[in-house]
Design a protein around this ligand. Structure first.
Ligand code: A2P
Length: 339
């Protein structure tokens, strides 16, 4: 069953509602006036009994369990892979749809990996679980899909500048504490991340797979899957920067033939989910601060790649909690509800 099959408003759950991404799902459901008959806020036993504000009312948080998912039509999962693996199949088995932000199902061929602006047509193939890509793969594919459709993407090089909130609310709190310690002339401490993040740039902190971070491998695999280019050569280095919210990426893209920056800019200006901010002489280009609170991917610095004639260089910023996670998931929920 899909939500709204019989015309009624869906019963909606958010697992991980107390977290950074889950909290943003609540805000976006409110903002977009997602029609729902019920909202159930679920998390771990740690926060059961606390309350969260939604649509002007306090909602008591319950511990997620098989029973707590009973009767839900759409459940947004923002609580990590093990929770999704344990409970998303329960939702699917009971006839609902789980929309999962974790990496648990992203490469499962039976689970569609959806960015609505790019491959929303693949949503129909779901069997009760839909995966949301990684917070870098989402903006990358939103920006690259229109260029790929027009010019045929051949090769991609990416360097990321990723915000603390991608590492969870505890890393954001740690960054704030470090900022205060530095301002007070004290030595900043770290527990959550392997390095002090404030005043620093850290090319690690993710789990390593050989010489690569798992974040790098996710960006490669998921970008290929969403764009539908199985063998696309992708080179990527992921880096954490001392920004609370807003991921950015420097991108170099090569196509079947030479592409003029003006042609790329024109396509991107008309692309769904993209806002071109590109007047470098006037100091206008994407920044994470400007991306924060927005649902569009900001794209700018669109130019010829001097090092590879015919290729395009660009810079993008995205609100990693919104389009990089929650907005994308809520858009998937909207597509399901509309069907
Ligand atoms: P809780 O508040 O009970 O810890 P973030 O990514 O910002 O750190 O948030 C993680 C979210 O996932 C929180 O809402 C957290 O709930 C939830 N969570 C973490 N582990 C579990 C679990 N085992 N079962 C249910 N929810 C979990």
């Amino acid at each position: 069953m899909t939500p709204n099959e019989d015309g009624r408003a869906p019963h909606v759950g958010v697992v991980g509602a107390t977290g950074a991404a889950g909290g943003t799902v609540l805000r976006i459901l409110e903002e977009r006036r997602f029609r729902l008959a019920e909202l159930r806020c679920l998390a771990s036993a740690r926060s059961a009994g606390t309350t969260l504000r939604f649509a002007g009312r306090d909602h008591v948080v319950a511990e997620v369990s098989d029973e707590s998912l009973d009767g839900l039509d759409v459940v947004f999962f923002a609580a990590g892979s093990s929770t999704a693996r344990r409970y998303a199949p329960v939702v699917a088995k009971r006839g609902g749809v789980a929309i999962d932000k974790s990496s648990a199902y992203r490469m499962d061929p039976a689970v569609p990996l959806i960015v609505p602006e790019v491959n929303g047509d693949q949503l129909a193939s779901h069997h009760g679980i839909v995966a949301n890509p990684n917070c870098v793969a989402i903006p990358l594919t939103v920006a690259l899909a229109p260029l790929h459709r027009a010019f045929g993407l051949q090769r991609l090089t990416v360097a990321t500048y990723q915000a603390a909130s991608g590492g969870g609310r505890d890393l954001v709190a740690e960054l704030r504490e470090q900022e205060q310690a530095d301002a007070a002339g004290q030595a900043p401490a770290h527990r959550v991340y392997p390095h002090v993040l404030h005043g620093n740039v850290v090319p690690g902190g993710w789990t390593m797979h050989g010489d690569d971070t798992d974040e790098e491998l996710k960006v490669i695999a998921e970008t290929r899957r969403v764009l539908g280019i199985a063998e696309l050569p992708v080179s990527v280095t992921t880096v954490r920067v001392p920004v609370a919210t807003g991921h950015s990426a420097a991108v170099w893209a090569e196509f079947d033939g030479p592409v003029r920056p003006e042609a790329a800019r024109e396509l991107l200006a008309a692309a769904a989910g993209v806002r071109v901010v590109d007047d470098p002489a006037g100091q206008r280009y994407p920044t994470p601060r400007d991306a924060t609170g927005q649902d569009q991917v900001l794209v700018g610095r669109i130019r010829a790649d001097i090092g590879r004639p015919g290729a395009i260089a660009l810079f993008l910023s995205v609100d990693n909690l919104r389009k990089g996670a929650a907005t994308n998931a809520v858009q998937v929920g909207e597509l399901l509800a509309a069907r």
